[in-house]
Design a protein around this ligand. Structure first.
Ligand SMILES: O=C(O)c1ccccc1N[C@@H]1O[C@H](COP(=O)(O)O)[C@@H](O)[C@H]1O
Length: 215
């Protein structure tokens, strides 16, 4: 089954809702400046450490100290970097944390070249839509005809790659038809800034329907 990451958890209620679905592989928290920003000491109170899902912390151009302080508080399994972080920063971060690091990159004609720069340093990629002045969580999709290129690259390099940006219950089957390794959603499962049970049910139902239709 396609890997599933749900991101931008803002409350215990959001966390408990998304944790109910066995299909969820990753649960993400935004520690960067955003309407979805959460504090590590609060996140620590929400996380169930026995959860089968991995917990992902999202940062944008953080300092090493900021990441270390955050993961000291909150039991985070994966660091996702959504800014302009350099490979030397990533090396240093890896040596100081020794946990999985994913690099988020905006989809552009140059993205594969950028992945080449990072591939030996990171454990995974997230490809998101490029939106001027925003780092992520935009609810806007990119041209999904590009997905197979990212899939081929990540299979060749044996590295994880999730597709993000504007995926929602209404278009998830179309997205899955491009055969991504994993998908990452935030806005698409929200209503009035909360994760929405109906949208979650719709998402999982359609993902399961798609999987059955190809099996
Ligand atoms: O969601 C945010 O507020 C956010 C802020 C800063 C960096 C990344 C952010 N979210 C990431 O965006 C995609 C999901 O986007 P969408 O809302 O589904 O279009 C995902 O990678 C989040 O980690």
């Amino acid at each position: 089954m396609t890997q599933l990451k749900l991101c931008g958890i803002r409350s215990k209620q959001d966390y408990d809702l998304v944790s109910q679905y066995s299909e969820v592989d990753y649960i993400g928290f935004i520690f960067a400046e955003s309407k979805r920003q959460v504090k590590p000491e609060i996140v620590k109170q929400w996380i169930n450490e026995d959860s089968p899902a991995s917990h992902v912390g999202i940062f944008v151009n953080p300092s090493i100290e900021e990441v270390l302080e955050t993961i000291d508080f909150a039991p985070i399994d994966i660091i996702q970097l959504h800014g302009n972080e350099s490979t030397s920063f990533l090396h240093e971060l890896k040596s100081k944390t020794n946990i999985e690091i994913w690099k988020a990159l905006p989809h552009t004609p140059e993205t594969i070249g950028k992945m080449d720069n990072y591939v030996d340093t990171v454990d995974g990629f997230v490809i998101d839509t490029k939106v001027q002045g925003q780092w992520g969580g935009t609810g806007i999709r990119f041209d999904w005809d590009a997905i197979p290129t990212y899939v081929r690259y990540s299979q060749r390099m044996n590295i994880k790659c999730l597709i993000a940006g504007g995926i929602n219950p209404s278009n998830v089957e179309e997205c899955l038809s491009y055969k991504p390794i994993g998908i990452d959603l935030s806005s698409g499962i929200e209503t009035n800034e909360n994760k929405d049970r109906e949208k979650m049910n719709g998402l999982i139902e359609r993902m399961n329907q798609y999987e059955h239709s190809i099996s």
